[in-house]
Design a protein around this ligand. Structure first.
Ligand SMILES: [Zn+2]
Length: 289
């Protein structure tokens, strides 16, 4: 049987990472699943609170489960950036494989107290669920931003990471290592790229000793991503790059068929456009296969 924990161990042993792609509709889900199938690599589908509200918590759980079962394929579902216990409970009850319980906006001690409580509650609902906790500042909103936020003050320290993991019992840690959510306009144009603090990742890994997730991977320099995976990153999140591709593909489908109203003639353009965004990222995360 496929489990996310098993997939994480395998990727760790092979020195590669699992790609995590956010979806909000069946166009994105189709594109992510087809790309992972083509490359024969495990994949994580993520839904933030907003994305979940749009597609439905139980509905996305049923869709991902049906793909996993019908195709006997390691596709997993993550409740991305869940900021309250009731919403985390709803995802666990629906059968999600993982939950990012994100109280990184709270003071450290409060984040620890509430995350520890959430880990206990969620594991009671579903013992195999993996809970990810977050410390530090990686900005908000997987969108196009006008200005770069100042992230230097919110970087995670190895000591904090160790203390946080040990006192909460989380399975996975999301550190702040120069990454940020969303992309700048210059990144969408391909003129600038994000860079990561690689030595910090390695230090956090040896202090925390759990799988690490890199959030806000869109627009990150390819070589930095490779080095980050070698230094201990096990899951890489990509959202904004897919959103940009989704919109471009949709616009292309509409522009090429101005008279058409049939969704399944227009939407394949969006699927193809998103696949072109997913494929190179999945290849890179899986050792340039
Ligand atoms: Zn994130």
């Amino acid at each position: 049987m496929h489990s996310l924990r098993h997939a994480l161990e395998q990727t760790h042993n092979n020195g590669v990472a699992i790609g995590h792609f956010n979806i909000a509709d069946s166009v994105l889900l189709k594109a992510v699943f087809a790309s992972a199938q083509e490359l024969s690599v495990p994949v994580l589908v993520g839904v933030s609170e907003g994305e979940r509200e749009f597609i439905g918590v139980r509905q996305i759980a049923a869709l991902v489960r049906s793909l996993r079962e019908e195709f006997d394929f390691p596709i997993f579902l993550n409740a991305d950036h869940t900021r309250s216990l009731p919403k985390a409970r709803a995802a666990a009850e629906a059968g999600f494989d993982a939950i990012v319980f994100d109280l990184s906006a709270l003071p450290f001690e409060e984040n620890v107290r509430q995350t520890k409580e959430a880990v206990e509650v969620l594991k009671t609902i579903k013992p195999s669920i993996l809970v990810e906790g977050e410390i530090g500042d990686i900005g908000t909103g997987s969108e196009i931003h006008e200005e770069a936020p100042d992230l230097l003050t919110g970087l995670t320290t190895p000591a904090e990471a160790k203390q946080y993991v040990e006192s909460t019992g989380i399975d996975i840690l999301a550190p702040a290592v120069g990454n940020m959510h969303g992309m700048l306009k210059s990144m969408v144009r391909g003129q600038t790229r994000k860079h990561l603090d690689i030595p910090r990742i390695a230090q956090i890994k040896s202090a925390a000793r759990v799988p690490l997730t890199l959030h806000g991977g869109s627009g990150t320099d390819d070589d930095d991503l490779r080095k980050a995976i070698s230094a201990g990153i096990n899951i890489v999140h990509i959202n904004t790059e897919l959103r940009v591709a989704w919109r471009r593909g949709l616009e292309e489908g509409l522009a090429k068929q101005p008279q058409k109203v049939v969704p399944y003639r227009i939407l394949p353009f969006a699927v193809e456009s998103v696949k072109q965004a997913v494929r190179p990222r999945l290849r890179l995360f899986n050792g340039d296969r």
